[in-house]
Design a protein around this ligand. Sequence first.
Ligand code: ADP
Ligand code: MG
Length: 620
Amino acid sequence: MSEEKLSFQAEVSKLLEIVVHSLYSNKEIFLRELISNASDACDRLRYAALTQSDLLDGDGLFRITVTPDKEARTITVSDNGIGMNRDDLVENLGTIARSGTADFVSRLTGDAKKDVSLIGQFGVGFYSAFMVADHVEVATRKAGEAVGWRWVSDGKGEFVVSEDAEAPRGARITLRLRDGEDEFLEPERLRKIVKTYSDHIAIPVMLGDETLNAASALWTRSKSEITPEQYKEFYHHVAHAFDDPWMTLHYKAEGAIEYTGLLFVPGQKPFDIFNPDRKQHVKLYVKRVFITDDCSELLPPWLRFLRGVVDSADLPLNISREMLQHNPLLAKIRTGLVKRVLSELKRKAEDAPEDYQTFWKTFGDVFKEGLYEDFERRADILELCRFRTTVSDQPVSLAEIVGRMKEGQEGLPTITGDDAEALRKSPQLEGYLARGIEVLLLTDPIDEFWVRAVGDYQGKPFRNVAEGSADLEKVAVQPKEGEEKPEAAPADEIANLVAALKIALGDEVKDVRASVRLTESPVCLVAEEGDMSIHLERLMRQHRQGASGLKPRRILEINPHHALIRGMAARAGEDGAADLLADSAHLLLDQARIVEGEPPADPAAFARRLASVMRKGLPA
Ligand code: ADP
Ligand code: MG
């Protein structure tokens, strides 16, 4: 019979290398992985058979069987699920099909310790068999197909696929154990492993005649009968995840529509959360039958970090995935789920604010997408958001920030950028800091978008401090002890300087004006109200969107109290002032750009002007 020898995808080889050599601390989880896959395979066949009952071939009693063979030193895990054909085998057991793989593998360092912890988050699924086995054989036949297949590998770069006339429907996975792994041949050990990791599996896991697990869907059991460990193991299975859930929410909705939800908020950020598909990941069941893990109607994208299952008896069993679109019952379930998740998060935020910070740091940036996508829930979402500010390093709520607003303060000032520490030093903040006004430091790319969409919080408008006018006049400056604020240049001199700078800079700026927001720095750039912020412009450039067209000109603000500006203002009334001040004007503008993290407009001219000004400053 013809055999095909194929190579593992490079990423798989790398993964296998680590799996085998890094001495994973709990190798026993290989069994959990194989049982988890077998259970998924049974779920998938059960669903397919709803519309195509002949796929079952008279065998609809799903089961998973674990068989140790002491003589041959093998352990076999078999199921009568959906099975795989040749192409499935090559695709599923030769590559890592999941999105984001390249990125993940690129983070593997070659340092065994670090890699193991990374893989711990990622999971190696089927490939974990090679932790205990030096030879793995899969005999499988796909439901509805006549020909069976065999996949064989020693986990070293290659695998062999061939036809297998004997293979029954489903999959039979046989591991030849490595030396020293004989413990996995002991029924007592196997019993314990299954009980620990796979008790929640809804399909019977058999050892001979004995059923090792409870074999009922976990979410149908009552909460009081489920231990935290069982919830955790179920989470591992349903989410294909390997961390501890941060929050577990298990409830039964009764009333207009009935369903059970068992939802988890992961403890760690899934590596593919920013995949462009923005898919949600909660699985839909109808009367305990798995329907789909790809139902975009079930939850909005901004809750895509949730994992778990929703099971409803009200949806028809023979529902096709197409019928799920625009289904009014499903829309009701979705509304119910969103409401429930938000109220649970709210409870956490109130009862365990420190713990809530963990959630916020992990998923806040995803969650905030709801602010512009879910108009109806906006107010609830906003209450749950947390922000770093000039006053607080720990993210705080808007309610707290509002509670500290200063006398005369009307809006909630924000500043956007890449890095909170850099933002703290922004010249645009100076006037706010001098008045003790708290400014929100917004550093997630998403922040550029929701702030505009949302507009205000409880009637207090968000205001970007680097945009428009500063509205600071009504708030008193808090005098710093022992520090005199230097005099401002006289208004007429400032007017002369503004005029001279405008002539010198021409089209390079939109406007020049005296600043109220500066107290220390001589100059800064601001965007005109309604224009794209400087940070957003940079973000768009990084993503190569609308490269050249988007270059709004900026307003240059000057600080009338600054010694340099006062000096320049004093001479701005002289004849030919614009020429005299031309180099300084450009240097001021470039300086303002540099503080924004932007390069000077013309680096060569910048260097020439700087050299010239420095030379003039030298004692003769
Ligand atoms: P995951 O379960 O996270 O998808 P695995 O590495 O555990 O990743 O499995 C890879 C794929 O191989 C599965 O998604 C499935 O398509 C296929 N597979 C594994 N075991 C079986 C099985 N017993 N029956 C059918 N397909 C299987
Ligand atoms: Mg798996």
